[in-house]
Design a protein around this ligand. Structure first.
Ligand SMILES: C[S@@+](CC[C@H](N)C(=O)[O-])C[C@H]1O[C@@H](n2cnc3c(N)ncnc32)[C@H](O)[C@@H]1O
Length: 290
């Protein structure tokens, strides 16, 4: 088969893989997209890039000894919050996570509160609160639903509510796994989403055995541009961005998932005026499908 034909077939297979195997359901924010205890257990680890994160924290201009309020969304076992509270010795913090299993792994700290709930319900859970620093580490890609429309609704709900509870001069720091593709579409994030959301028992069993603890529920990774576009759409302005760590996927993963580059990336954001978005963010495709 000629190389051009091969590439076309490759695109067709990935574009349609999800459509053939996934049943469509009503769009709604639903706990059926929460990972079970067995799956979240894999997240009961130390935060992996504290040193690099720490140097970015130091550059934010937040005085270390002032009484700031910090919120860590999807903070799970609280290890990251404990480190933040060591870094800011007069700060108080809230760890929000939907998994009681993960929250139970928190060690006691008089300056730390844990709260069970979803990142998509912050508008009711933390109504009227105000935080100087909000951190979201490897969580946003978990806010998935039945389809991309629902994924975007979930992200919107979360980002809109963060806009209300972040102090005027506060910082939102998002640490995400970003995927850049060779081909723009289907992006690695789309391919992974379609594969991981397949609910068929045998298929998700196989994926779990291959190491995808999110199999059967789904995860939606995006490119740097994809996340950036979403933040801008919701009136957040980047003041610092950059790779913290680049991963080295196997050649098999690179080809199969269309990965050019993957790694942990930091977005440091602050609130911008609604009228002051960049030109790119008005483009309908910007930040949505990557
Ligand atoms: C990949 S782990 C990251 C844990 C921690 N932030 C870290 O960086 O080590 C994702 C965490 O987000 C939580 N999570 C997933 N979906 C969530 C949601 N909708 N609302 C709140 N927490 C969620 C999981 O329970 C888990 O603790």
């Amino acid at each position: 088969m000629c190389p051009r034909r091969l590439v076309i077939n490759y695109i067709l297979v990935y574009k349609n893989i999800g459509r053939f195997i996934v049943k469509t359901k009503d769009s709604k924010v639903s706990s059926e997209f929460y990972l079970d205890n067995d799956a979240v257990k894999a997240f009961d680890t130390e935060f992996r890039d504290w040193e690099a994160y720490c140097s970015v924290l130091s550059s934010l201009g937040i005085p270390r000894y002032t009484k700031i309020k910090v919120l860590d969304i999807g903070g799970g076992n609280g290890i990251f919050m404990d480190r933040l509270l060591d870094f800011f010795p007069n700060a108080t913090g809230v760890v929000l996570d939907y998994s009681q299993f993960m929250l139970d792994r928190n060690t006691h700290n008089p300056r730390k509160k844990v709260m069970q709930g979803s990142a998509t319900d912050i508008d009711t859970l933390l109504l009227g609160e105000n935080y100087d620093l909000i951190t979201i580490n490897v969580l946003l890609h978990h806010l998935v639903g039945e389809d991309e429309e629902q994924n975007l609704i979930n992200i919107t709900r979360c980002l809109k509510s963060l806009h209300c509870i972040l102090a005027g001069t506060g910082k939102l720091v998002v640490y995400e796994q970003v995927y850049e593709g060779w081909l723009r579409q289907p992006s690695p994030g789309e391919i992974i989403y379609r594969i991981t959301k397949v609910k068929s028992g045998a298929f998700s069993f196989l994926m779990k055995r291959l190491g995808a603890n999110t199999a059967g529920v789904g995860v939606r990774f995006r490119s740097i541009r994809g996340w950036q576009g979403l933040f801008e759409r919701h009136n957040f302005r980047s003041i610092h961005t950059g790779f913290v760590l680049e991963d080295k996927p196997s050649i098999f993963r690179k080809i199969f998932l269309n990965i050019r580059k993957v790694g942990s990336y930091l977005f440091v954001l602050e609130i911008q005026n609604a009228g002051a978005r960049s030109e790119n963010s008005h483009h309908p495709a910007y930040g949505v499908d990557e």
